[in-house]
Design a protein around this ligand. Structure first.
Ligand SMILES: [Zn+2]
Length: 232
């Protein structure tokens, strides 16, 4: 950045101060997305380093997966909720890429994720995509791609039907609701590959399970999961 650009940036920040996604405090010039304090104290799970984390049991008896991890603990009212809200509803897609890149650097140090060949973000329904203008999971995938140096594909796993909001349904009916939502095309791209499926948050795993089921129909595919957050 040259001096004039820096000057303009400083000038703009007087009127539009950048603030920390997690706590809302004003950011210093050298900080991006998070203030140093929040960045240092993100509630990380470190599940990617554990042989048996609680998340490894989430798909047990449902669908076979290699490894399941989340970067952060999500709790109602905690800073992670602010982050997810900014990512999904306030147009802050860049924070998804930022955290994806940060997570990718950590996953490279995990023995379970070392053999991952490519990344697939959970697709949004086209209608939601039009409403939001972007798929937050794709921005996470972009970040993962940067630090893990492997490609991500958005043209293999597709979403077709519109699913109504799932918040007030039982686990069983949720599964019923999403079971045939995904289809796969251009499957040769991931044949015999270890696929990293990514999303913003993992709750019951119903949507994820449906996507994994579709991907496992492709010859030789193995699936691992990484999300930005999981319920604590
Ligand atoms: Zn902060």
């Amino acid at each position: 950045m040259n001096k004039i650009q820096q000057l303009i940036k400083n000038f703009i920040s007087i009127f539009y101060p950048r603030s920390c996604v997690a706590c809302g405090n004003a950011l210093m010039q050298n900080e991006s997305h998070f203030c140093l304090s929040c960045l240092m104290h993100l509630p990380e799970t470190n599940y990617h380093l554990m042989e048996n984390s609680p998340l490894d049991y989430i798909f047990m008896g449902r669908v076979p997966v290699e490894k399941v991890s989340s970067l952060l603990f999500y709790k109602k009212g905690n800073k992670v909720q602010h982050i997810l809200h900014a990512l999904k509803y306030k147009g802050n897609k860049e924070v998804g890429r930022f955290l994806g890149e940060l997570y990718g650097r950590q996953l490279l140090k995990s023995p379970y994720y070392r053999s991952v060949d490519c990344i697939i973000p959970i697709p949004l329904h086209p209608k939601k995509m039009r409403m939001r203008g972007y798929n937050q999971s794709e921005w996470i995938a972009m970040g993962l791609t940067r630090s893990m140096s492997i490609p991500y594909f958005t043209d293999v796993l597709l979403r077709s039907e519109f699913t109504e909001t799932q918040t007030k349904k039982s686990r069983f009916s949720r599964w019923e609701n999403v079971k045939s939502v995904f289809t796969t095309v251009e499957t040769e791209k991931i044949r015999d590959k270890h696929v990293l499926l990514c999303d913003d948050v993992l709750t019951t795993g119903a949507t994820m399970e449906s996507a994994i089921t579709q991907l496992l129909k492709i010859e030789g595919v193995r699936v691992s999961v990484a999300t930005l957050a999981c319920a604590n």
